[in-house]
Write a protein that binds this ligand. Structure first.
Ligand code: NAP
Ligand code: MG
Length: 492
């Protein structure tokens, strides 16, 4: 007689029943220049040594624009512009006036939301549905939210008077370029700091567009400076003696370097780093919603999310049914042109990132896990990866421990609550987690014991500007968003 775990579950194979006509967003709405300079002291300035780097569209590998490489002389100029602007205007400006500037930026971003969405998708490869419905509106909301805090700082910290720090150096990654810039710029401005920001080299476009919006908003020259370039530009910024604060979002490896670099200095530091989130499904969970939550957590946005639910823990009694339902849903996911409004999984951000993902897929097979991939058709040009899962994954395997940053899900099973908490907490990271269950008391118990900055219950990847976000352990420290997001930018 077949045991329960060997039971055959019939696949549904819904995919073949559905096909959509192409529904591409128009690229022509985005006015992309061939070349972008550095935005320093309110002017577009050529880099001192005249070097530029190309950014491509990862969906078709075509060059999109080139951006200046800021070297140490340019970093010097940007930091000194930010210092002058801080001393001359920004720290003296009444808080309510600062707030008006931030509101103005938010409104201009809203007005240009469609162009920003198209730019984000062309430059980074994420589906237009995601840039249009999540990245850009959420970036605008962060400016609106922190604009409201500017003149209320005296009420934010009871019996304490908050003072700004001075010049903030901010470094952002490629997965949510505009949103990460908003997370950093909006609270820094609201608290009265000036800024030098460096976006990631593969996705500088929307941050450069934000610089023109800031120009249009008529912010005093030098309050926000945007410098482009690769790792060495970021490193020169971090090492500069004239900055008071560093806000970094990126990999744990670079975060550790920055921590070493700033040890023993006066610089205040916040780090938002990698993750390996556990999405935990109990047998009493609403199964179909949980399947959708898992898909949203790891496959949408190509798994290019620091809080991606990349480890799935399913309670043993429902594992076979759940995994089959998940495979059925994976078969319906459309991989392809990120500009198509039907696309679920767009392009992987770069050739190097695709190689990293494929390395982990090969590694998972070598480690003895069982591999499953949907049979989605992929475009011939560009960097793409089918949604992938592994079952029979060992807790100690690299597949279950390391951040892949791609649409690759490691599935493990558990029997009891204590067991899954121990397993979920057993990685170097602690950024986020998901719990799916019908029991409220279990949600409270789990969210108390899971070492994760965010725990979503019967949902996944929900954000709000008023809600803080950040990690435990090697996922970094400090919080962005909400009242907590003001703290890294003030002193008392
Ligand atoms: P990354 O390689 O660490 O790069 C992040 C930023 O740092 C980029 O602007 C990068 O420039 C710059 N950089 C590189 N080397 C540097 C150095 N030595 N000193 C200073 N800056 C340096 O990370 P990524 O690959 O872009 O982003 C993916 C990572 O970000 C993932 O690990 C993900 O989990 C994490 N992430 C975390 C959060 C969060 O809130 N916790 C949010 C989003 C992403 P170039 O790109 O030009 O090299
Ligand atoms: Mg690009």
């Amino acid at each position: 007689m077949a045991t329960k775990s060997k039971q055959k579950i019939k696949p549904l194979r819904l995919a073949k029943a559905w096909s959509y006509s192409p529904a591409p967003e128009s690229a022509s709405i985005a006015q992309i220049k061939d070349q972008y300079e550095l935005f320093i002291n309110g002017k577009w300035q050529k880099p001192k040594r005249g070097a530029y780097l190309d950014s491509i569209n990862p969906a078709n590998e075509k060059k999109l624009y080139r951006a200046a490489i800021a070297e140490s002389e340019d970093v010097e100029k940007a930091v000194s512009a930010a210092r002058t602007a801080y001393d001359k205007y920004w720290k003296k400006m009444p808080a309510a006036e600062r707030g008006k500037y931030i509101f103005r930026i938010a409104r201009l971003m809203q007005e240009q939301a469609r162009e920003l969405s198209v730019m984000e998708t062309l430059d980074g490869g994420k589906p237009i549905r995601e840039s249009r419905d999540f990245d850009i509106p959420m970036a605008c909301n962060h400016f609106f939210y922190y604009a409201g805090w500017a003149d209320k700082l005296d009420y934010a910290f009871s019996n304490r008077k908050a003072k700004s720090l001075g010049v903030a150096a901010q470094i952002t990654p490629w997965n949510f370029p505009l949103l990460m810039a908003a997370w950093k710029i909006a609270p820094a401005l609201a608290t009265g700091n000036t800024i030098v920001l460096k976006p990631a080299e593969t996705t500088s476009l929307t941050t450069l567009k934000l610089a023109s919006i800031i120009e249009e908003a008529d912010l005093p020259a030098g309050v926000v400076n945007i410098i482009t370039g690769a790792g060495p530009t970021g490193s020169a910024l971090v090492r500069h003696g004239g900055i008071n604060k560093i806000a970094f979002t990126g990999s744990t490896a670079v975060g550790k370097l920055i921590q070493q670099e700033t040890a023993g200095t006066h610089k205040k530091l916040t780090l938002e780093l990698g993750g390996k989130a556990a999405n935990i499904i109990f047998s009493d969970a609403p199964i179909d919603q949980a399947v959708e939550g898992v898909v949203n957590g790891i496959f949408f946005n190509q798994g290019h999310v620091c809080c991606a639910g990349s480890r799935l823990y399913v309670q043993e009694s429902i594992a076979a049914v759940f995994i089959q339902k998940l495979k059925d849903r994976m078969a319906t996911l459309l991989v392809g042109d990120p500009m198509d409004k039907n696309t679920d999984i767009g392009a992987i951000n770069s050739a190097a990132q695709l190689e990293k993902i494929n390395y982990y897929i090969r590694l998972g097979k070598k480690e003895g896990a069982l591999h499953y991939q949907s049979d989605a058709l992929l475009p011939k040009k560009g960097f793409y990866c089918r949604p992938t899962l592994f079952t029979k994954v060992a807790q100690s395997s690299r597949l279950a421990q390391e951040e892949i940053f791609g649409p690759v899900l490691a599935i493990l099973t558990f029997r009891t609550e204590d067991e899954v908490i121990e397993k979920a907490n057993n990685t170097p990271y602690g950024l986020s987690a998901g719990v799916w269950t019908d029991k409220g008391s279990r949600i409270f118990n789990m969210s108390r014991r899971l070492k994760a900055g965010v725990v979503w219950a019967n949902s996944y990847n929900l954000f709000d500007p008023a809600s803080p976000f950040g990690g435990y352990k090697e996922s970094g420290y400090g919080r962005e968003g909400g009242w907590h997001g003001l703290l890294p930018y003030v002193t008392f």
